[in-house]
Design a protein around this ligand. Sequence first.
Ligand SMILES: [Zn+2]
Length: 77
Amino acid sequence: MYYFYINYPNFKDRTILIHHGDCGQCKDGNGMFDSGSNEKGFWAGPFKEFSHADEALKSLIKLFNYQPEIGIHSCCQ
Ligand SMILES: [Zn+2]
């Protein structure tokens, strides 16, 4: 399963990365510190296919006035 995280405070400074659920930074959407989604941001997913996460992220950022960078974390490469 694949996930990505939208971080509100760093939205404009960070590349948004797509993660595999097994990744230590993702942990199936629970995050590195098991904080999950909270007031600082949210995990989107699970997506069964990487391409679904990628398409969802691209659709989501069309709603924003700012075009962030999109990346693939090393866990998915
Ligand atoms: Zn990752």
